[in-house]
Design a binder for this molecule. Structure first.
Ligand code: ARG
Length: 477
């Protein structure tokens, strides 16, 4: 006898290989809290509409609440022969409470059930991940505060370009993550409509109260088309695209930490808690956590591709292919969540080397733009000024010195407009302070951005003091 819940049409059990190939409970059991919540809401609504009796509702709700407790305690037993989380829960419930359990699936299909579960799970996961992003932002706000006075070369093409404050660089990281955060919230808002009542594809003949279940499950409303509600997973593509963007940002930040902790740069020392040694080379201290954040980004991008390719070419409405949505979605969230936590710890505890950064400022002609700007402000057309500055860089290179190492006579030899005050303009601190536009690296601008970031985080309920302790955030550079 077959154990299939669609049993009537079938005499034969599913082939063992086919059963193993199609079972998803190992993965989708993670949806059990959403599935139980959804079933309780559905049962109550069926009761409210007189579709099942109040006694049945009570038995169902009691049985499901018990299953939820067992889920929390980790004692729920999952049977791959029962295919997925939905059939496992329903079968266990029915074993325990009898016929009432078999009434739960009235006016519902696993197609609208799983679409509902995934929207709830993903919505909540988006919100939880924004919380983790906020923690990372908190760490960045604290580190920005401790590095306002640290000057470093900013880079383009990985060539030393112009001086900036380290805090300005740290705040650039925070901007990337702020956008990731808002994209996730936007995705969560767009997906937050209830598919329940869409049935298998064409809704149902029963007079369901869709608004009631939607409200009970925290949705903002109900979906407008039953075929679309069960037949699309674009909300998952969108979410994982947001996560991929975030993973790419984390990977780029991680790459900078890897570069900066090399002996060539020497800009940062990662703490022992976030580095490892080598089994062969005793001198090594490897930034493995940052490297892994960089490496794991590939998984998240892969998760996005897997989802998009799975969807491409599917006719409406539900197709079993869609069961393959769960592994990439779960993996993308797990990877980004863990990366955020590990990177926040790495950055919080890292020791920035202000002296090394300052030394690098003296070596890369990062003041060449100042020379050009200086001449331009004296009325020399910028293109000509740029040319003069370039010749001076050549001259300094030939002499084995820096721009400020050239005498006033040498400067005047290239252009008569140079005066003694040019040397002050070459000072990196001056160069930075003169860039006091909104979005610029001057102290006042950076401090204002730090304050604004802290205020945003405070409005979101983040406790910066607790965060500082939890991530052992350094107060020195
Ligand atoms: N485990 C399935 C999934 O995740 C549930 C929906 C199954 N529907 C069906 N018609 N076989 O997609």
């Amino acid at each position: 006898m077959s154990d299939k819940s669609w049993g009537g049409r079938f005499d034969q059990d599913l082939d063992a290989q086919a059963a193993a190939f199609s079972a998803s409970v190992d993965v989708d059991k993670r949806l059990y809290p959403q599935d139980i919540r959804g079933s309780i809401a559905h049962a109550r609504m069926l009761g409210a509409r007189g579709i099942i009796s109040n006694e049945d509702v009570e038995r169902i709700v009691g049985g499901l609440s018990q299953l939820a407790k067992e889920g929390e305690a980790g004692t729920l037993v999952w049977d791959p022969a029962r295919e997925d989380v939905h059939m496992n829960l329903e079968a266990t419930l029915t074993e325990r409470i009898g016929e009432a359990g078999a009434r739960l699936h009235t006016a519902r299909s696993r197609n609208d059930q799983v679409a509902t579960d995934m929207r709830m799970w993903t919505r909540d996961a988006c919100i939880a991940t924004t919380g983790r992003i906020d923690q990372m932002l908190g760490v960045l706000a604290l580190r920005a505060r401790s590095t306002v006075e640290v000057l470093m070369p900013g880079y383009t093409h990985l060539q030393r370009a112009q001086p900036v404050r380290l805090a300005h660089h740290v705040l650039a990281w925070s901007e990337m993550l702020e956008r990731d955060r808002s994209r996730l919230l936007d995705a969560a808002r767009r997906m937050n409509l209830s598919p329940l009542g869409s049935g298998a594809l064409a809704a149902t003949t029963f007079p369901l109260d869709r608004e009631m279940t939607a409200k009970e499950l925290g949705f903002d409303g109900v979906t407008r088309n039953s075929l679309d509600a069960v037949g699309d997973r674009d909300f998952l593509v969108e979410t994982v695209a947001c996560l991929a963007n975030c993973a790419i940002h984390l990977s780029r930040i991680a790459e900078e930490l890897v570069l900066w902790s090399s002996q060539e740069f020497g800009f940062v020392q990662m703490s022992d808690a976030f580095t490892t040694g080598s089994s062969m080379m005793p001198q090594k201290k490897n930034p493995d956590m940052a490297e892994l954040v960089r490496g794991k980004c590939g998984r998240v991008v892969g998760d996005l591709v897997a989802l998009m390719v799975m969807l491409k070419g599917l006719p409406l409405a539900y197709n079993r292919d869609m069961q393959e949505d769960k592994p990439p979605v779960f993996d993308a969230f797990d990877t980004v969540d863990a990366s955020l936590t590990v990177l926040a710890g790495s950055i919080g505890s890292a020791r920035f080397d202000a002296a090394r950064m300052h030394k690098a400022l003296g070596e890369g002609f990062v003041d060449a733009t100042e020379v050009a700007d200086y001449l331009a402000s004296k009325g020399v057309p910028f293109r000509n000024a740029h040319h003069v500055a370039g010749r001076l860089v050549r001259r300094a290179l030939d002499k084995g010195t820096t721009l400020s190492g050239l005498s006033l006579d040498e400067l005047k030899a290239e252009h008569p407009a140079f005066e003694q005050d040019v040397y002050r303009a070459l000072d990196p601190e001056t160069a930075i302070e003169r860039r006091n536009l909104p979005g610029g690296p001057a102290r006042s601008m950076v401090l204002a951005e730090i304050t604004a970031l802290r205020q945003r985080l405070q409005t979101r309920g983040l406790d910066l003091a607790a965060l500082a302790t939890r991530f052992s955030v350094r107060t020195e550079p």
